[in-house]
Design a protein around this ligand. Structure first.
Ligand SMILES: *Cc1c(COP(=O)(O)O)cnc(C)c1O
Length: 384
């Protein structure tokens, strides 16, 4: 059961797409096919198309079909991590001399992949503020093969207009890539807005339980989907069966989790907005956020990530991170448990001195799905 979100509701797809009961046993959940190879009935006589688990594995297929359905794409591919998915995509679409526009506040690992790995192979990357379409247009070159979008961005929660950027990219003969990790397909569907391929770190909201690292690519058309699938097999950074199974298990509750993440984040935002120690709250749900109108247009709700700046500067920000108790001090995001971190010294430390450096007085929250009252009490004591 796969298909577009127009014919079947999102939560139904999350629970059933790619996950028909097992034909031999009736198991209602796809089993963990912990296997590397498959018996052939005569040479090339494959049962169900499986020959070797790097090329395809039934548990991974279930996840890949579910991901394709949730993003409204024609092909989903599951990888060992978000970075493995990005690397496979970029080495499929780039050649030496290719130019890629990336957000000037891109995820640090994405920036590092361009700056430290792909640049050595002749790929030219350019960090640009994606919120300003005229600036983006001015940076497009004949060699531009892709515009890479993140929205909302990490950790500054910037918003980019996906449909306008898709039009711009297509006008230049480039593809539009959207890293949809922060929103998840429940809140935002980039392919329906004109993007060509969606990237995920499934480690975050899709997996949702901080127990598995994974990545995904979802393509809007068969040609790109086939090329990506070829490279997935040729390069080999696939998701293992157990990781695919855990991710699929997490996806079943994505919709209900996201509703709670968003509701709790809204309560956290209103506490922070009123707090005298907080100088600024960064959240696309706030009407004065510069991307608010676009967020309203392209997102179902505003997500569970909240960043804020401390009037007391960097030392105050570090102190809040270390005093928080229910908000666990740690990297990553998107799990059921709330996390707090200091991007300047933790997730984005490697961006120091680069165009992607973040302010020292910044704190990032991944608001979990615990009781809101407990989360608010913890923030109050951490800020006191
Ligand atoms: C975490 C993250 C990645 C990288 O994914 P991994 O699973 O850690 O390899 C990419 N993009 C964004 C926005 C992320 O938050």
């Amino acid at each position: 059961m796969t298909g577009s979100n127009d014919v079947t509701g999102f939560d139904t797809l999350a629970i059933h797409a790619g996950q028909a009961p097992d034909p031999t046993t009736g198991a209602v959940v796809p089993p963990i096919y912990q296997v590397s190879t498959y018996k052939q009935d005569g040479i090339g006589g494959l049962r169900g198309g499986y020959e070797y688990s790097r090329s395809a594995n039934p548990t991974r297929t279930a996840l890949e079909e579910c991901l394709a359905a949730l993003e409204g794409g024609v092909r989903g591919l599951a990888f060992a991590s978000g970075m493995a998915a990005e690397d496979t995509l970029l080495r499929t679409i780039c050649r030496p001399g290719s130019h890629v526009i990336i957000p000037n506040d891109a995820y640090g690992g994405t920036y590092r992949l361009f700056a430290k790995v792909l640049a050595a192979w002749g790929v030219v990357y350019e960090p640009v503020p994606l919120g300003d379409l005229d600036v983006v247009r001015a940076h497009v070159r004949p060699e531009t093969v892709a515009i890479w979008v993140e929205t909302p961005t990490n950790p500054l929660l910037g918003i980019a207009d996906i449909s306008a950027l898709a039009e711009l990219a297509h006008g230049a003969g480039a593809v539009l890539v959207v890293d949809n990790t922060f929103a998840s397909p429940y809140l935002q569907q980039p392919l329906a807005l004109g993007a060509d391929v969606v990237v995920h770190s499934t480690t975050k909201y899709l997996g949702g339980h901080s127990d598995v690292v994974g990545g995904a690519l979802i393509a809007a058309d068969t040609d790109l989907g086939d090329r990506l699938a070829y490279h997935q097999n040729a390069m080999g950074a696939v998701a293992g069966p157990f990781d695919a199974w855990l991710t699929l298990r997490g996806i079943k509750t994505l919709g209900v989790r996201m509703d709670r993440h968003c509701a709790n984040a809204a309560k956290v935002v209103s506490l922070l907005e009123r707090h005298p120690r907080v100088s600024r709250v960064l959240y696309p749900g706030l009407p004065r956020h510069p991307g608010h109108d676009i967020a309203v247009k392209q997102m179902r709700a505003f997500g569970g990530m909240v960043s804020f700046r401390l009037a007391g500067g960097e030392e105050a920000a570090v102190r809040v991170c270390e005093r928080a108790a229910l908000f666990t001090l740690g990297e990553s995001l998107g799990g059921v448990e709330s996390l707090i971190e200091h991007p300047g010294r933790m997730t984005h430390a490697s961006a120091a001195g680069s165009p992607l450096q973040v302010p020292g007085d910044l704190v990032r929250l991944s608001v979990g799905i615990e009781d809101a009252a407990d989360l608010l009490a913890d923030l109050e004591q951490a800020l006191a």
